[in-house]
Ligand binder design. Structure first.
Ligand SMILES: NC(=O)c1ccc[n+]([C@@H]2O[C@H](COP(=O)([O-])OP(=O)(O)OC[C@H]3O[C@@H](n4cnc5c(N)ncnc54)[C@H](O)[C@@H]3O)[C@@H](O)[C@H]2O)c1
Length: 251
């Protein structure tokens, strides 16, 4: 599906990003993986290379303009092209009501979850335009469509990312770069584990009950949707946000 293509995945040390990078490599892509967590990024690299996949690790912080441009430059130095970008790196951030949220907490979430995705696109789009175009998939959330008490910064960033995705799609689709988003509901990843949402059975059941399908999602179920949008199978799809949410937003 992706033979001869180069795919970049941010936040690839964990969860949805790791699963997506592994699946892209299985489907023939040369995969550039990036994250701030160097140790766990090395684990993802090993998972891919042990299966015979082509992979390059480039640790980078997506909220740093210099590190993001360096990541794309290094990719071009090695592969001379970029066909697919999955802008997935993100954090949950602090939980507090809007009036109690700290400026520091707000800036951190917005810088990583919204500015970071913009910085990635800012650097990825020009190199895609120089080749045969490309496909970008930004990872937003159900919380890009609906509100969630005590997560104002996360909800604002994920809503903003849907607007940014639509805007970039308007600007670049006719030039060969499709831009879409995937919006997962609650997925079993370290993000939920670290927030203590999976260890407490009551909290976990509370989350499950929000999903009409009756369970939480698995990273590969999100990766499969990302891969479809990234591939030529979705050649007429752009500016779209694909809900991968077990019915969460259908209520
Ligand atoms: N897990 C869920 O329930 C869920 C639901 C909806 C959306 N999402 C979104 O999916 C994406 C992946 O989340 P996940 O659940 O796999 O989380 P995760 O915590 O397992 O993985 C996120 C990765 O991003 C990396 N990261 C954090 N800050 C970074 C930065 N500044 N620069 C580069 N990398 C950075 C982390 O080190 C981590 O490896 C995020 O954008 C998240 O908001 C997750």
């Amino acid at each position: 599906m992706f033979n001869g293509k180069v795919a970049m995945v941010t936040g690839a040390a964990s969860g949805i990003g790791r699963s997506t990078a592994v699946e892209l490599a299985k489907k023939g892509a040369s995969v550039v993986i990036s994250d701030v967590d160097k140790e766990r990024l090395a684990e993802t690299e090993k998972l891919i290379s042990d299966e015979g996949g082509e992979v390059m690790s480039l640790p980078a912080d997506v909220s740093s303009a210099g590190e993001v441009s360096g990541m794309v430059e290094e990719t071009m130095k090695k592969y001379s092209r970029l066909d697919v970008a999955v802008n997935n790196a993100g954090i949950g951030g602090d939980l507090a009501p809007t009036a109690d949220y700290t400026e520091e907490g707000w800036d951190r979430v917005l810088n990583i979850n919204l500015k970071g995705q913009w910085l990635c696109m800012k650097n990825q789009i020009p190199v895609m335009l120089k080749n045969d175009g490309g496909s970008i998939v930004n990872i937003t959330s159900i919380l890009g469509k609906v509100g969630f008490a005590n997560a104002p910064a996360y909800v604002a960033a994920k809503h903003g990312l849907i607007g940014l995705t639509r805007t970039a799609a308007l600007e670049y689709s006719a030039k060969g770069v499709r831009v879409n988003a995937v919006a997962p509901a609650f997925i079993v990843t370290p993000m939920l584990e670290d927030a203590g949402l999976l260890s407490d059975p009551e909290a976990k059941q509370g989350l499950v009950d929000l999903h009409p399908i009756g369970r939480l999602g698995e990273p590969k179920e999100v990766a499969d949707a990302i891969i479809w949008l990234a591939s030529d199978e979705a050649s007429f799809v752009t500016g779209h946000t694909l809900m991968v949410d077990g019915g969460y937003t259908s209520r």
